[in-house]
Design a protein around this ligand. Structure first.
Ligand SMILES: [Zn+2]
Length: 385
């Protein structure tokens, strides 16, 4: 997904992130007040589900703050066609800012519209399933839903507004998937540091100490609060642990990956999408298994693998091929995944270890076997198809 650059061996450094990040229960009720700072009119791209759920509340908040808004329902896919449609709608509406409220694709489309129209960009995620909201990256798909390209926008959101009550009330699978995406952040930052790869800021730079510290903190909070947060959201409770995990998934992981880079966990997880059986799984779920594959690929101590696998298992994330629908994948399937994981531009190449198709394939098989040996369930069956 992410295009990479080779290290430029520069002594410089770069850091980027959103202009402002606000996370609180009920934060969306203050949307009008926040938007007023950018001008009296706004264009809002919103998921139909969220508009149905809280459209009346949002309109009331805007009216109270004296902001006139044009609401546009998101068409369902962040495709070139939908981006064009939204840009035209926003131009016609003529607002002073562009807002995206909803899931990842809605937010990404709103980001592109805001950059295209050179307007302030306000992002309000209603789930914490990935670390995309704070970043300057949008992922474009074809109208058929196939991954097209990652767009590097040169501008991060001006404001990210997270209503933690809305996020905590979403199906728990989303927050758990976000933990999987966030769990890759520190391991992939370390991988990029060792490989001396540049980050994703502006024209690409080595990371700052701030970026590295944020990636480390992200990891610490996941281990501390991940399980407690899962148990809370499964019972519809909003606790300090849930707030901490929403921040880790959204802000810390977002800043961490953008400022330090992604690596083989994303490279392998992106490649798993070549296999239809993996399509039923969310991004962060596949990335979770990708982390374990990366630890094997990079030859990390087994204790580190065990700690990671046990954590992922405890929060309900995949640790084996079966957990991402691939227990019956053939030898040829895994060869294909390994090949795609190493194609030009793949994130896997941002590691400092020697790489070959066989090494990637064997890392996948060994990660699966290691987790199975920990009692997580049956290992990949293997064989020809
Ligand atoms: Zn990710």
């Amino acid at each position: 997904m992410i295009q990479q650059s080779a290290s430029n061996a520069s002594l410089g450094r770069g850091f980027g992130g959103p202009g402002k990040y606000v996370q609180a229960p009920g934060a969306l009720r203050a949307l009008g007040e926040y938007l007023n700072a950018y001008g009296p009119t706004t264009f809002i791209l919103i998921d139909r589900f969220i508009d149905d759920l809280m459209g009346a509340e949002l309109r009331e908040s805007l009216a109270k703050a004296g902001v006139t808004a044009h609401f546009e329902l998101f068409g369902g896919e962040c495709s070139a066609e939908e981006i064009d449609r939204a840009v035209t709608a926003a131009k016609n509406a003529g607002g002073h800012s562009v807002v995206g409220i909803g899931g990842g694709k809605t937010m990404d489309t709103a980001k592109v519209v805001a950059v295209d129209l050179k307007l302030p960009m306000i992002i309000a995620p209603t789930v914490a399933s990935t670390d995309a909201p704070c970043s300057a990256i949008a992922v474009r798909y074809t109208s058929a839903g196939v991954l097209d390209t990652g767009l590097f926008l040169m501008r991060n959101p001006d404001l990210v507004l997270v209503d933690s009550a809305v996020v905590a009330a979403a199906p728990p699978r989303y927050l758990i998937s976000g933990i999987g995406d966030a769990f890759s952040t520190w391991f992939e930052a370390r991988s990029n540091l060792e490989a001396r790869c540049d980050n994703f800021i502006g024209h690409r730079h080595p990371p700052t100490a701030a970026g590295i510290a944020i990636a480390q903190k992200c990891h610490e909070i996941l281990l501390r609060d991940g399980l407690s947060a899962r148990q809370a959201v499964e019972r519809g409770a909003l606790t300090p642990a849930v707030e901490a995990i929403i921040e880790a998934n959204t802000l810390l992981s977002g800043l961490g990956f953008e400022n330090c880079g992604v690596s083989a966990a994303h490279g392998i997880s992106d490649a798993l999408t070549e296999l239809d059986a993996a399509h039923a799984y969310l991004h962060g779920e596949k990335v979770a298994f990708g982390v374990l594959c990366m630890l094997v690929l990079e030859g990390r101590p087994h204790e580190e693998f065990v700690e990671a696998a046990e954590f992922l298992k405890s929060v309900g994330l995949p640790t084996r091929l079966e957990d991402v629908g691939l227990i019956d994948a053939s030898d040829a399937d895994l060869d294909l995944v390994a090949e795609v994981a190493l194609k030009a531009g793949a994130s896997t190449l941002r590691t400092s270890v020697p790489l070959s198709t066989q090494m990637v394939r064997d890392a996948i098989i060994a990660a699966d076997a290691n987790s199975s040996a920990l009692g997580h369930g049956p290992a990949w069956r293997g064989g020809k198809s």
